[in-house]
Structures are given as structure tokens and as C-alpha cells.
Write a protein that binds this ligand. Structure first.
Ligand SMILES: [Zn+2]
Length: 434
């Protein structure tokens, strides 16, 4: 029998869930219109009034919101509550310009923890588990998000935050960590660090599950993580604008469950804005149905994914999304061809001789764009014979060319020379922007 955190909500009939979403949406539009000058203005400019929203389909009448709106109204111009009702702030790093600030009431924090408690339960976590939270704690939402979700579940939290990897591994062994939450690139670094110490996560720890997210990653990398560590790897999803990490796959591993009583998702054609049919890739647009401090309406998150509406084998009726295939923001255009770092990762991780780390370097030489991929040789395939190295470079270049339709220079660099990451990894250096 599958176990649920909140069986009544998680397995409610689809029609009842839709009815609940409709009620919440109707309330939400009145709430933001009355409490946020930003939303009132945005609705008025689009000639839409809360009374116009009577059914779920009416959501299409509402204007979108964007990350730029959060920047333009920095720090709290989109909020619907006064400071006295706020329990916490988080802020995202401002890689381009101002950071974005998100506020939480006590109920918002509780809903956030609730969402993850349901998710952790769906992969069989419980009170006996010890979750090592190796996401950064602080303004970044990963650490505290996983922390509160795990505490709500009743599991034991080991709040290591990121960094100090030898110590992390020592605590993992000594305290019997059973699950970990971090970026996939940091976990790769942990695997490598353990190996250097002459130990292994598979044989010397009790680790069984990992929740990996905060950066896009591929099925191929998931497989590699599982092969090298012996654990089961789950996708965890969310962004700071929505609260933080919120959703995971269940044990069926056929998509990430998005709790429909808390969030309403649409998958739209990025060009036409039309709703994409189930199972077809489009842009994810999310409306927060329960947030009090700063609700988001039709927020264009820029992640590309597919929606699966069929109830899952696990019995949960809430819609699922497939692994994020990329962010429309991450796309690089090289000689007119769209390239996603995730595509490159998929190709590389499918070649056993290629190491776990890579870097894409884009340049412009004269009028022409050029793309180079730096790789290391995998430890298990290590060779310093020139002929082996040449053969690998050729193999990788051919594989990349067949997927990207682009000639890519492959450079084999010394093992350990590519940057390792303790948080979100940087996989692209675009010298054209400098
Ligand atoms: Zn499921």
C-alpha cells in the first residue's frame, strides 16, 4: 500500500480537485486586486476585473507576470501583506541587476513545508530517515526549504549546508545519513571526494536516496549518479519565486507531482501562448493558489517541460510535469542554432569514458561563432595514450554533432582541472557577452 502524507488531498478525484482550484482562483484574483496596487494596475491595464474570472478556463483572460516584474517592484512592490504579517524574506542572487525578494507569512512557510512533506512521503521517506541538507542555507531557498519540509515529515535533519565536503562525508558515515538534498553537481563532487579518500558512498554510508535540483540535469546524469553511488536519485523542483524547492517525483518516477491545491500549472506554446496538449513540451506558467505574502499570477518561469494529467500509478491525482528540459533563458544560440546545456550533458553522460564535469565555451572569432566543449576523461577509463585520447575526442565530437547539428571542438583537459561546484554549477562561458 502506498503511503500518503495527506491522502484526502493527494488522491482526491480529479473533478473535485478542479473545483477546488476554481474556488481558490476566484478568491485569489479578488485578493490580489484588493491588496496589491501592482496587480490592480496590471489587471486594469489589461481590462480584466476579478469578476471576469468564474471558471478555470477564464485564467486565460489574466495577464502574465515575469521575473522582471519582481525586479521592477523591488523589493516588496508586489506583496499583498504589510510587513507586520511577514515571517521571512528570501532573495535570489541578482546575476543581472537587482536581486528578487520573496516574502512569506507563517502560513506560506507552513504550506511550503507541507508541500515537501507530501513529496518526501511519496518516495517512502519517514521518521526513521536522516536527511542531510547540503543545499546552501541563507537567502537561497534550498537549504531552509528542504530543512522545514523534512522536519515537518518527522525525519531527522542534518543541516550541513554546502561546502566542507570531507566533513560532510564524515558526518554522513558517522550519523548514518539515509537521504541527501543538494545540486546534482555537488553530489558528483562528493562522490569524487569520497573516492579520493579511498572510501565510497555505496559501501561506506547508509545513503539510499538523493533529491537533486536547483539546476537542470539530464536522465543520463541521473543514471550516472545512481551507478556511481548506488543510491536512487529523485528530481526536486521549485524556484525561489514560488517559495523554493516544493515538488519531487514519487517512487514511480514518472514525472514531478505538482500539488494542485497549492499551484495551478499551464504549459503554453512559447511563441503563440496557446495551451500545449498533454505530453508536449512548452513553457511552464504557474499561478500560486495559496500564497499570502506575494502571490504570483500566471508567472512565466521560463522552464520548458511537459504536463502529464493522467493520475499516477501511485494513486495521486495531481498533475505531473516531466524533467525540466531546459530554461528558455539558458539557451545559447551558436551560428543560428539553438543549444541547451542539457543537450550537451545528455550526450556527454552517455559516453562512459567521459568524466562527470564539463564546460561549454562560446566565442566569436571574426564574424563566426565557435563552440568548444572541455571534458575530462573518466577515472575508470583513464589512459594517457595519445591514440586513446584522440579517439575519445573524435567520438565526442561526432556524438555532439549528430545531436546539435553543429561542429563542436572538443578539448580533453587534465582530470580535476575543470571547476567543481558546491552549489549551482556554471556550465557555459559565453565570451561573446564580455
Ligand atoms: Zn506518483
Amino acid at each position: 500500500m502506498p503511503e500518503y502524507w495527506d491522502p484526502e488531498i493527494e488522491t482526491m478525484p480529479v473533478d473535485d480537485l478542479k473545483k477546488l482550484q476554481e474556488e481558490k482562483l476566484k478568491k485569489l484574483v479578488h485578493y490580489v486586486y484588493e491588496n496589491s496596487p501592482f496587480y490592480r494596475k496590471r489587471f486594469d491595464e489589461h481590462g480584466v476585473h476579478p469578476e471576469d474570472i468564474q471558471t478555470l478556463e477564464d485564467i486565460r483572460k489574466l495577464p502574465f507576470t515575469y521575473k522582471q516584474d519582481l525586479r521592477d517592484t523591488y523589493p516588496t512592490g508586489m506583496f499583498c501583506v504589510p510587513n507586520s504579517k511577514l515571517a521571512r524574506f528570501h532573495a535570489s542572487s541578482g546575476t543581472t541587476g537587482k536581486p528578487t525578494v520573496v516574502g512569506y507569512t507563517h502560513k506560506d512557510i507552513d504550506d511550503w513545508a507541507e508541500s515537501l512533506a507530501r513529496a518526501f512521503t511519496s518516495v517512502g521517506m519517514g521518521k526513521d530517515d536522516i536527511l542531510q541538507v547540503s543545499y546552501g542555507y541563507g537567502l537561497f531557498t534550498g537549504g531552509l526549504g528542504a530543512h522545514y519540509g523534512s522536519e515537518k515529515l518527522g525525519a531527522t535533519v542534518l543541516p550541513t549546508s554546502s561546502g566542507n565536503t570531507e566533513r560532510q562525508l564524515e558526518l554522513m558515515k558517522d550519523l548514518g545519513t539515509t537521504a541527501i538534498a543538494c545540486t546534482p553537481s555537488y553530489f558528483l563532487y562528493m562522490i569524487e571526494t569520497a573516492r579520493k579518500e579511498g572510501t565510497s558512498i555505496r559501501d561506506d554510508t547508509k545513503l539510499k536516496k538523493g533529491f537533486f535540483g536547483a539546476e537542470p540535469w539530464s536522465e543520463e546524469l541521473k543514471k550516472r549518479i545512481e551507478d556511481e553511488s548506488g543510491i536512487k536519485a529523485y528530481d526536486i523542483y521549485g524556484t525561489s519565486e514560488l517559495s523554493g524547492p516544493l515538488f519531487t517525483e514519487c517512487d514511480e518516477q514518472c514525472g514531478i507531482h505538482i500539488w494542485g491545491d497549492l499551484f495551478l500549472i499551464e504549459i503554453l506554446d512559447p511563441e503563440t501562448g496557446e495551451t500545449m496538449p498533454d505530453g508536449e513540451t512548452g513553457e511552464l506558467v504557474i499561478t500560486t493558489l495559496a500564497k499570502e505574502a506575494n502571490p504570483l499570477i500566471r508567472y512565466k518561469i521560463k522552464d520548458l517541460t511537459k504536463k502529464l494529467s493522467e493520475p499516477c500509478k501511485c494513486g495521486r491525482t495531481h498533475p505531473r510535469i516531466t524533467r525540466i528540459s531546459g530554461r528558455s533563458d539558458d539557451m545559447i544560440i551558436v551560428r543560428g542554432i539553438n543549444v541547451f546545456p542539457g543537450q550537451v550533458e545528455s550526450v556527454l553522460m552517455n559516453i562512459p569514458e567521459v568524466g562527470n564535469h564539463f564546460m561549454i565555451i562560446v566565442d566569436r572569432i571574426g564574424p563566426l561563432d565557435s563552440m568548444k566543449v572541455q571534458i575530462e576523461m573518466h577515472e575508470s577509463a583513464f589512459s594517457d595514450r595519445m591514440s586513446d585520447m584522440m579517439a575519445l575526442k573524435k567520438k565526442v565530437a561526432n556524438a555532439l554533432k549528430s545531436v546539435l547539428n553543429l561542429a563542436v571542438e572538443v578539448e580533453l583537459v587534465e582530470h580535476g582541472s575543470l571547476p567543481r561546484s558546491e552549489g549551482k554549477s556554471k556550465k557555459v562561458i559565453d565570451n561573446r557577452k564580455l
